[in-house]
Write a protein that binds this ligand. Sequence first.
Ligand code: ADP
Ligand code: X2W
Length: 259
Amino acid sequence: MKKQILKIVKIGGKLIENEESLSAFLHDFSQLEGPKILVHGGGKMATELSDRLGFKTNMVDGRRITDADAMDVITMVYAGLINKKIVAKLQGIKSNAVGLCGADGKSIISKKRVIKEIDFGFVGDVEVINTKFISSLLENDIIPVFSAISCSNEGELFNTNADSVAAEIAIAFSENYQTELFFCFEKNGVLKDPLDDASVIDLLDTRTYQNLLNKKIISEGMLPKLHNCFHALEHAVSEVYLGGPNLLQKGAQHTKIIK
Ligand SMILES: Nc1ncnc2c1ncn2[C@@H]1O[C@H](COP(=O)(O)OP(=O)(O)O)[C@@H](O)[C@H]1O
Ligand SMILES: CC(=O)N[C@@H](CCC(=O)OP(=O)(O)O)C(=O)O
């Protein structure tokens, strides 16, 4: 039997800040047919608030070193301000949504990220997605809206890269759905030349990806993003796209990730 399509859409932090572009994006998102899940970042806003509070931000390979102060800031910014704003805007355009972090309904369980030479602090890698709980929302036509915060089995909140959250949700649902994963960010796709916004690569396969990595053409937040794209394809996600704020519109320029 053919599986139903489930769309998982991730919106990056730089697109969230502008009210107009956020509203336009949410309008496109609400028009998508069938079950859908939204995951949002917010890294830029968290960094700005940290600056205002006098806390230094330290990113390593696109991931935030998250000490106790940073964890407080990101909980307020991701699970609070941004998440509630998005859910309210969706309600305003008659799309029923519920805002979640991984602790809610035990929806995203993670374990502290352990990398020998780097202590990331309160950063978690996803271990379990509670598809049963999330499905109960989808079955009731409620759109789950996830922030980039997960929860350990011991009840600790962890910061988890939003691209990883989206990819892990897509992977977990691939058993029961045909999953399509969309990453919306500042650029119209992966650039062959990071300084030339017109150099979007239409189709990106593993070989070209390795080539770009070797030449250091992929950097910062693009590192976890593309790692997650290929990780998702390797784990039964059907289709993966990267593009700009208009990605969900028909005919929008994008990069399609292929094996
Ligand atoms: N080859 C590349 N193609 C596109 N963007 C790149 C590339 N290399 C680095 N980048 C940078 O990575 C950014 C995307 O990562 P990030 O800011 O973490 O995304 P998000 O908006 O999803 O949080 C782009 O806006 C761009 O500045
Ligand atoms: C561990 C880690 O790095 N978490 C990310 C989560 C937010 C995020 O991914 O936001 P964008 O999608 O807007 O970059 C962070 O705190 O920046």
